[in-house]
Design a protein around this ligand. Structure first.
Ligand code: ATP
Ligand code: MG
Length: 316
């Protein structure tokens, strides 16, 4: 089963194993990581491999307990009273009945009373709704929540009551190699393989990753930025009749793909454009072979014997 999930997910072997083990052990789960780190991709692949439905709900301030669990249709209640047909099951009730994975995105944006409803279901494995009665969770039912730890607007810290009922998997950014593979595997309108495509992917991933560590940037771009950069560059080079790895095409594609995705620290005076331009130039500069070191730096210092085997001594 792990193999089936891994076939649909680039890298992430360890996380696939952890998530599969937790779900297999009957546990509810929290995937915590920045946007674009493959949380949805992994879970979709897991649900497919387990052959269970995946019910996704977006966490936001409007996700009330009634919306999540379900509510009575007022018109039908007037006509026929509180019958079972008048009850419109919400995603939680459906997922419990069907033994689905209930995927709650952005859990830290969900109102507290709705989180409390989820805590009850996690603890009891059942739900009591007025005039509906008891809804028991099918055996395969699991809650998988996701959230972005860097989110600050419109979010609350999760209570320890949630953390105490849930296993947590941290999903960080993937390494450079895997991010290149992800971009190549999601290529739209161009195909990976040529030298120009390889160079474009490498630059796109490098500049995207560099946004995450730039001193003026609070939140850098996800791998989605690198994907957009490549997909846009592939169109733009056609419009301009330039090669795919033309540096001007790449710069414009980088500006489009990345400037809207980065969040800067408050109070700085630089623009996202200036930062992306700087990073793009750094990526191109890093491709140039470094100039040969001056010849005399290769000569061992006078009075010192060369290190055994000709290796240079790091202390020199
Ligand atoms: N490990 C991966 N394997 C394959 N594709 C991936 C992987 N990680 C990310 N992607 C691709 O990157 C994009 C973002 O991934 P995904 O939607 O799974 O991220 P997410 O963590 O759910 O993001 P968000 O927090 O914004 O919902 C998708 O197009 C997805 O196909
Ligand atoms: Mg997602």
């Amino acid at each position: 089963m792990v193999e089936t999930v891994s076939a649909a997910v680039v890298g992430r072997r360890r996380e696939v194993e952890l998530v599969a083990a937790a779900v297999g052990a009957g546990r509810h789960l929290l995937l915590e990581g920045p946007p674009g780190t493959g949380k949805t991709t992994l879970l979709r692949a897991l649900a497919a491999a387990l052959d269970v439905p995946l019910v996704t709900v977006e966490g936001n301030a409007e996700l009330t307990p009634a919306r999540l669990a379900g509510q009575f249709d007022p018109a039908r209640v007037l006509a026929e009273g509180y019958t079972s047909d008048a009850f419109l099951a919400g995603p939680l009730t459906e997922a419990m009945r069907d033994g689905a994975l209930l995927y709650v995105e952005e859990l830290n944006r969900v109102p507290e009373e709705t989180v409390n409803l989820l805590i009850g279901v996690m603890s009891e494995g059942e739900l009591h709704l007025p005039r509906v009665g008891r809804i028991a969770a099918a055996e395969e039912f699991r809650i998988v929540a996701a959230m972005n730890p860097y989110d600050t607007v419109g979010t609350s810290r999760l209570s320890s009551a949630v953390y105490d009922r849930i296993c947590r998997v941290a999903m960080g950014y993937q390494d450079e190699r895997d991010e290149r593979l992800i971009v190549e595997s999601r290529a739209q309108g161009w195909s990976a393989g040529s030298e120009a495509a390889g160079r474009t992917v490498a630059r796109a991933v490098a500049v995207t990753r560099a946004t995450r560590t730039h001193r003026d940037v609070r939140m850098g771009s996800s791998v989605r930025g690198a994907m957009d950069l490549c997909d846009v560059a592939a169109r733009l080079c056609g419009l301009r009749a330039r090669p795919l790895d033309d540096s001007g095409v790449g710069l414009d594609a980088a500006l489009m793909a990345l400037t809207g995705r980065i969040r800067l620290h408050e109070g700085g005076d630089r623009t996202p454009e200036a930062i992306v331009r700087e990073l793009w130039e750094e990526v191109l500069a890093a491709e140039q072979p470094s100039p040969d070191p001056p010849a005399d730096s290769l000569v061992p210092a006078a009075g010192k014997a060369p290190a055994p085997g000709g290796a240079t001594n790091p202390a020199d």
